[in-house]
Design a binder for this molecule. Structure first.
Ligand code: SAM
Length: 224
């Protein structure tokens, strides 16, 4: 991918190229979704930033969670709902200069906008965040802005799962981020532990174009 900006990603969707997309629920979500369900008193509310058309959204909603996604590409958002036969409505969302898509059963909301226009005033109270192909989709400079934004959505006890590629830091997307940079970005109240190595890569992943890729790992971030 030559253009690593949001425009570059929108171009991928227009060209119908989404090699990162999994048709099946992500194995880390299947095994460890309880980590995102930390609310003891209220319904769990899970945030999936830069969600593409991931099937993890419906899978988590089907298990009784409220799920909030955010994605810049309207093509992706429409495909998310139509390919999984989820009935939806859409409305303008001026606060994010975009649109809000909702499932008619109100379990799923997807903001179609630039992430950097989103804030805790729009949605907050998340029990968990699933960060797959999100932080690592961004160039190292935007990763810092992303972490600053995500920090405003985080509170002690929130569940956070993050997938990171094990590869040359100069290449991407997906971009590697070191545990030191993560720790520095999220601050001293954040602890990072490796949860698992990912066994199933997306079926259309172009591994040959990434000779430096050693694999993907999922980390758990906890906040005190
Ligand atoms: C690697 S894909 C990952 C999609 C999804 N998380 C998944 O696991 O299938 C990254 C996504 O981020 C979206 N994106 C990139 N920059 C964005 C931004 N600034 N705001 C919102 N979405 C963005 C792209 O359109 C793309 O769908």
């Amino acid at each position: 991918m030559d253009d690593k900006t949001m425009q570059g990603w929108l171009g991928c969707w227009e060209k119908k190229t989404s090699p990162w997309h999994h048709d099946d629920v992500h194995e880390a979500i299947e095994k460890h979704h309880e980590i995102l369900m930390t609310s003891l008193t209220a319904k769990n509310k899970i945030f999936i930033p830069l969600c593409g058309k991931t099937v993890d959204i419906k899978w988590l909603a089907d298990r009784g969670n409220e799920v909030v996604g955010l994605e810049a590409s309207e093509i992706a958002v429409k495909e998310l709902f139509t390919e999984q036969n989820i009935e939806y409505t859409s409305e303008d969302a001026p606060a994010v200069k975009g649109k809000l898509y909702r499932s008619t059963d109100n379990k799923i909301k997807v903001y179609c906008c630039d992430l950097f226009l989103f804030s805790a005033e729009i949605e907050s109270g998340f029990s968990g965040i699933w960060d797959r192909g999100s932080l690592v989709a961004l160039s190292p400079a935007d990763q810092k802005r992303y972490i600053e934004l995500i920090k405003t959505l985080i509170h002690p006890g929130i569940g956070y799962l993050l997938e990171i590629p094990d590869r040359d830091p100069n290449n991407g997307p997906p971009f590697f981020i070191s545990l030191e940079n993560l720790q520095e970005g999220f601050g001293p109240n954040c602890s990072v532990t490796k949860l698992c190595a990912v066994e199933k890569l997306p079926p259309t992943a172009d591994i040959k174009s990434m000779p430096d890729m050693k694999g993907m790992n999922v980390f758990r971030l906890t906040f005190g």
